[in-house]
Design a protein. Sequence first.
Length: 244
Amino acid sequence: MAQKKYHGGEESGSILINFVLDKSGSMDSIRDATISGFNEFKNDQAREDGEAFFTLTLFDTEFKTVVSAVPVNDVYDLTRETYAPSGMTALYDAIAHTMKLTDEFVAKNHPKQVLFVIMTDGHENASREIDRDQLFAMISDRQGKAGYEFIYLGANQDSFAVGRSIGLRPGRTIDYAASPEATRNTMRYVSHNVRAHRRMAEAQSEAFFSPEMDALGGMDADAYAALSEAEREAMRERIQSRQG
């Protein structure tokens, strides 16, 4: 896939979304729902105003970055051919590799927001390059110094405990059942909150997942675009006052 040159900057309201997606063997039971949920998420973000760049890393026993920091409109939908679960779960290696790619892009291009969406139904069991302590240090450093956001979506596990163990800030994890309906609903909810994060236009949100953020992001792109700037600002101020 050809990669277009980036022309954005901090003033452009740009975001780099890094999606780190599990395709280990246990994901096969929710394969179709993961495909449709991912595609809906990606296409929702493509319809939103502002520049959005997208990295997709798939992982099982190994990891593979499918696209790296390309315009979101250039990212193809997943299909059963391109998303075929198998193998184990090299979670730490996949996240760390994607962070390194992100660091290179950010150093040259300075997007206003950087977001990692990590989605898995299993625990780490196959990484060879990075251990948990090293990943914890990397994530803590990027959150504290570079303003990166990380959210973690975990099926059939204690996502809060896993997120905390790798350094995520509180309020950035979601538990969901490994069922087709729960997978689709989770991806829809996450897409709403990512849209809200973009509309808040801050590097990091005080509370990433909240009813207020879900309401702000639940408006589709056309409905939000139809609001006056005063109406948008009032919505943002309400969220900030409740988070404060």
